[in-house]
Design a protein around this ligand. Structure first.
Ligand code: UD1
Length: 421
């Protein structure tokens, strides 16, 4: 276990390169088990969640090789196990993404009910509804979900909510099914488009990924491919807020500005100057003091829930009062208690947080309650007066590749030290 020690006050300046997207690479790695031949995945970020999904793939019988350039090769020709162990699935909810591929490839799967960040109940009913529509039988018991099908056939599946994971799981299962599947009210996130491209390259025909209706013409067999995942838009958004909150001057490179529209708009509303310098670079110049701005999290293209905590950190030091409403998850304000320890004035009312900005935050010992919340505490620590000690770094390492090193490269005073407790 480790802690981060941050001495606040430095203006961050310079250029920082973003890693490949965590939320794109996890489904892509899961989808690689649909193929009878090896795939090479490039721009894979070095993250604990990536190691976990690779362990899941290995436990199913896939051969996973880590190349020195950061690529991962997955040979799933020998996959024969259909049970994903409790230990791994408990560690990361996205392990559940192997269910669709296993069901389609081997006709059955048994997966422990998922774990992951403790942000709300996070049911999996929509994933299961999709599998049932394609012809699978679903049963629950002893903490496991079992799905069985002698052969999946394309169907229309309507999602009550545009769940990212359910859309991905159904896309993967449908790609190795008979006939045509339509996913209606599908999630439209950029990671869905990336998975659609990966599946198309493998031989399936996927149309409409990134819109509300996705059409998938399945194939009897899919083949391995060489694929580069998109840059991480949430990591990019986090570093853009880092520039803004420290009155800094930061160029974030290896980004797709199009994916960051709602974050850019909110940063501009808060008084940051943001320039899309090229197709892969965004430049952020922070204001002396941000302005308060209200926002509401929504499925893409709305403001991402995965940026709510980081933007709240900015609002803690803003001039004025902001109302932040979380509509995607029902329990995603766990950072609020920790931010209050750093002097923030925040009141929760139902699904909204009312943040009364104050000129200064101060350093304090805090604990990262989940991945994005942990990053948000780092951001507030960079602005705060004095020293912030953040424990629970393991949450942050699930989703940020060398965040402390990247912040240091911009001039942030942040050290990682072993947690002796
Ligand atoms: C993915 C992202 C996560 C992000 C989230 C929303 C990955 C690995 N993780 O998570 O970082 O915060 O999208 O953008 O890509 N729901 C149901 N039934 C279901 C599935 C979901 O009710 O079967 C609900 C959830 O409880 C939640 C909402 O739908 O309230 C959104 O969940 P979903 O879009 O599925 O998120 P994940 O795929 O888990």
């Amino acid at each position: 276990m480790e802690r981060a020690i941050i001495r606040g006050g430095a203006r961050l300046c310079g250029t920082v390169r973003m890693s490949g997207s965590k939320n794109a690479v996890l489904p892509v790695l899961a989808a690689s088990i649909l193929a009878g031949s090896p795939s090479i995945i490039r721009e894979v970020p070095r993250l604990d969640d990536v190691l976990t999904i690779c362990e899941v793939l290995q436990s199913l019988g896939a051969r996973v090789l880590f190349h020195s350039g950061g690529e991962i090769e997955v040979d799933a020709s020998s996959v024969s196990e259909t049970e994903a162990p409790y230990d791994l699935v408990r560690r990361m909810r996205a392990s559940f993404l192997v269910m669709g591929p296993l069901l389609a490839r081997l006709g059955h799967a048994k997966i422990s009910l998922p774990g992951g960040c403790a942000i709300g109940a996070r049911p999996i009913d929509l994933h299961l509804k999709g599998f049932e529509a394609l012809g699978a039988r679903v049963s629950l018991g002893d903490g496991y979900v079992k799905v069985v099908s002698p052969g999946l056939t394309g169907q229309k599946v309507y999602l009550d909510f545009p769940s990212v994971g359910a859309t991905e799981n159904i896309m993967m299962a449908a790609s190795l099914s008979e006939g045509t599947t339509f996913i209606e009210n599908a999630a439209e996130e950029p990671e869905i488009i990336d998975l659609g491209n990966f599946l198309s390259n493998m031989g399936a025909e996927v149309r409409g990924a990134g819109t509300k209706v996705i059409r998938i013409d399945g194939r009897r067999e899919l083949h391995g491919v060489d694929y580069t995942v998109i840059p991480d838009r949430i990591e990019a958004g986090t570093f853009m807020v880092a520039g803004a909150i420290t009155r800094g001057d930061v160029i974030v490179s290896n980004v797709v500005p199009e994916h960051l529209k709602p974050v850019i708009a909110k940063l501009q509303e808060a008084g940051a100057r943001v320039f899309e310098e090229s197709e892969t670079q965004v430049h952020v110049i922070g204001p002396e003091r941000p302005q308060a701005a209200d926002f509401k999290t929504l499925p893409y293209p709305g403001f991402p829930t995965d940026m709510q905590a980081q933007m709240m950190a900015l609002m803690c030091v803003a001039d004025g009062t902001s109302i932040i409403t979380e509509t995607v998850f029902e329990n995603r304000f766990m950072h609020v208690g920790e931010m209050k320890r750093m002097g923030a004035d925040i009141k929760i009312e139902g699904r909204s947080a009312i943040v009364r900005g104050s000129e200064n935050a101060w350093g304090a010992p805090v604990r990262a309650p989940d991945l994005r919340a942990g990053a948000a505490l780092m951001l507030l620590g960079l602005r705060a007066q004095g020293i912030t000690e953040i424990s629970g770094l393991e949450h942050i390492h699930r989703g940020y590749a060398d965040i402390a090193g990247k912040l240091r490269s911009l001039g942030g005073d942040i050290q990682r030290v072993p947690d002796l407790i």
